[in-house]
Structure formats: C-alpha cells, structure tokens
Design a protein around this ligand. Structure first.
Ligand SMILES: Cc1ncc(COP(=O)(O)O)c(C=O)c1O
Length: 398
C-alpha cells in the first residue's frame, strides 16, 4: 500500500511544528520560526495565549459539548455580543469557514423562497474567489483546480470578474439571489474590492431586492484593522460568513444575518451537531473580549501601517523581484514579478531564514502575522525578507 494514512491531499512541506510560543513556532528538530502565516490568518492572538489557554482548560473541565437539543447560555451571550458589534441581528455558529459560507448561501436561497420567489436562487460570485472546499462552496468558484473531477456541482452560480461592476450588474437576471464576495480576496491574491465595486454591488442589491453576502472568513475579525473589513467601505452586508480568527485556532465559524435576510431560516431548516458547543462558545467569548478590548484594533492599524511601509521600502532595493504591496491592515501581500515564483520564495524564507509566510494567487507573497505582533517582530520579519530576497536572487543567478 502506498497511500499515506493522512489522505495525501496537501503538498506538505518539511516543517513539522510541535510547539508555539507567542509569534513563534518551534519545529520537531527544535528549530524556531517567526510565524507570519498564523495558520493562514487564524491565530490572531499568537500561540499559547495565556487567557485563551485557561479558557479552554477551564471550559473543558466544566462542560464541553451538549448538542443543540438544549438551551445554550454561552451561545446566546456570544451571539448577542456579535449582534451588538455588527450589522447583524442573528447568528448561526459553525465549525469552519466553508460551513459558514454554506449557511450564508442557504440563508440567501431561503430568503427568496420565503418571499415566494424560489426561482431567485442564482448567486453571482467572482473570479479568484475562495469560499471553501464543500461541493456548495466550490460551485461558487471558477478555479479548475478546485472543481475538476467533482462535477456535477451545484447549479445556480455564475462567476464574473472581480472588481468589474458592469460585469456583475450585467449578470443579474430574474433568477439572481445576490452577490457573494470576499471584501479582500485572500487566496486569490490579497486583492481588496474597490470602493466603487462594493458600494455599487450594495446599491444594486437595494435597487433589485438582492442580497449582499460577504465572506469575511479570512479578512474579518480585526485582520484588516476594523472588526470587519466591510466597515472600511461604509457598506453593510445582509449576510456574512466569518471563521478563522473568530476562534483564534479553535475550529469555529459563524454566519451572521439581518433579521430580514434570515426570515426563511426557521425551525428545522439548518443545523450542526457541534456548531456553537460550550467549548467553542467559551473560546469565542474570550477571543472577542481580546479583539474588542480598548486599543486592540488601533494596534492592528498601527502595526499594519508600519509593516506596509517597511515592505514598500524594500521594493526599490529589489525592484526586479517585488512589484507592489497590497492588502489592508495585517492582511498584506507583496506581488512578485514574473521572473520570480512566490511559492518558491515562501519556501526559501521558511527553509533558509526561519520566516513563515504563505503564497497566494497572482504570484503574491502573503503576510498574515498574529495581530499581537509588536515592532520587534516587524523589524525581524523585514530583516528576514530583505536577506531572503538577496539570497533568493543570488541562488537564481547562480
Ligand atoms: C475567504 C475564505 N472563505 C472560506 C474559507 C474556507 O474556510 P475553511 O477552510 O475553514 O472551511 C477560507 C479558507 O481559507 C477563506 O479564506
């Protein structure tokens, strides 16, 4: 038998982390990495955050899981706090980002069904989007590497170019339920929606009775310097999927919606065995306390501005390698020129300079540090990227 016990769907690298300490990961050979990947935008409080560790230990000892057959006091508290701090009136808790997006899609379809317009089921989504790996969420992408071999996928999706308002509006017809997009595309290349695009989609929704569904799984939860990225556009969604940072490493997601948008989600329409269990809710409440504590978002904004400026300063010294810096807050990307491969550079930084980052579409080096970094971490990362760029260029020239 040659298949590995872990289904071989990931091209895993040689780093095998066994411990985390703040903004660092320690590998099984004792080697230390500055973690500017954060488990792909997840560990926003870094590793081993004392308050989060204590919350998990205490709650595990008190009550871990009960099922959604019973009342959920902590879930009610957490949902109320999300409602108090967002556009939403109601929340469904999930275990992952893809499930949160699934819930968002179901909520949108049920909205039109509840309005007596079940034919309005088509979701317009966008090129380079990533919404997860379930059959529903891969139906909302155009990327062959995710879709090939899984057809037939879910009908009722149309993918059009991102940041092209005319194309999005042209795709609207009698069957359209709404638009689904990431305000800042993550996997697709750390590409923010333009203000004109997002406000234009909102207006189209208002004009035509459509729903604006935002996927803030990666860009939400303080990552861009506001609690949610859409706040920076002055636009509110009707439905939003959140995950990753909301649990800071614990598997947790949420689908948030207005009362109007959630009008079809009545008893029996959706469910999850684990979703919102007491352990997850305890984690969620603690992470939320940290994220909404005085100064947290300001810190993210300040560190984001500093990191961005430092990355931009690198460009003139390596202008044949780096093209531009994109993104918002601490969700940043450096686009690399065609002569260099971002994936190979990520591997080089990891293997030779002890820095963990991630690649993204469009040949982008994606930088997603824990949100609790300080200036010393930024200085260390910049030093590593600068030295890494020099040695990467030398290796290519050799
Ligand atoms: C924007 C976005 N949506 C959805 C997902 C899927 O989340 P999960 O892997 O938790 O299912 C991801 C994961 O990277 C994401 O970045």
């Amino acid at each position: 038998m040659s298949i590995t016990p872990l289904m071989p769907v990931y091209p895993r690298c040689d780093v095998r982390p066994v411990r985390g300490e703040g903004c660092y990961l320690i590998g099984d050979r004792g080697e230390r990495y500055l973690d500017f990947a954060s488990g792909i935008a997840v560990n926003l409080l870094g590793h081993g955050h004392p308050r989060l560790v204590k919350t998990i230990a205490d709650q595990a000892a008190t009550l871990m899981h009960t099922s959604n057959l019973y009342g959920m006091p902590m879930g009610e508290d957490f949902a109320q706090r999300l409602v108090d701090n967002s556009f939403a009136d109601t929340v469904f808790f999930t275990n992952s980002g893809a499930e949160a997006v699934e819930c968002a899609i179901k909520t949108a379809r049920r909205y039109h069904y509840a309005n007596g317009a079940a034919h309005r089921h088509k979701i317009i989504s966008f090129d380079n989007a990533f919404h997860g790996r379930t059959l529903g969420t891969i139906s909302a992408t155009s990327q062959p590497k995710m879709r090939d071999g899984f057809e037939p996928l879910l009908p009722g999706f149309q993918v059009v170019p991102f940041n092209d308002l005319d194309a999005a509006l042209a795709a609207v017809d009698d069957h359209t339920a709404g638009f689904l997009l990431e305000p800042v595309q993550g996997e697709g290349g750390v590409t923010p929606a333009t203000a004109a695009f997002l406000t234009g989609l909102r207006k189209a929704c208002d004009d035509h009775g459509l729903l604006l569904i935002l996927d803030e799984v990666q860009c939400g939860y303080a990552r861009t310097g506001t609690f949610f990225a859409h706040e920076q556009y002055g636009v509110t969604p009707d439905i939003m999927a959140v995950a990753k940072g909301i649990g800071a490493g614990f598997p947790l997601g949420a689908c948030l919606a207005t009362e109007e948008a959630a009008k079809g989600m009545v008893f029996g329409t959706h469910g999850s065995t684990y979703g919102g269990n007491p352990l997850a809710m305890a984690v969620g409440l603690t992470v939320l306390d940290e994220v909404l504590a005085d100064g947290f978002l300001d810190h993210v904004k300040a560190m984001g501005a500093r990191l961005r400026a430092a990355l931009e300063q690198l460009i003139p010294n390596h202008d044949d390698m780096f093209e531009d810096v994109r993104g918002m807050g601490l969700m940043l990307g450096v686009r690399m020129s065609d002569a260099y491969d971002a994936r190979a550079f990520v591997a080089h930084l990891r293997d030779h300079h002890g820095l963990l980052a991630v690649s993204a579409g469009q040949n982008v080096l994606r930088i997603l540090p824990p949100l609790v970094i300080d200036e010393s971490h930024i200085a260390e990362a910049i030093e590593k990227i600068s030295a890494g760029a020099r040695s990467f260029a030398e290796a290519k020239a050799a």
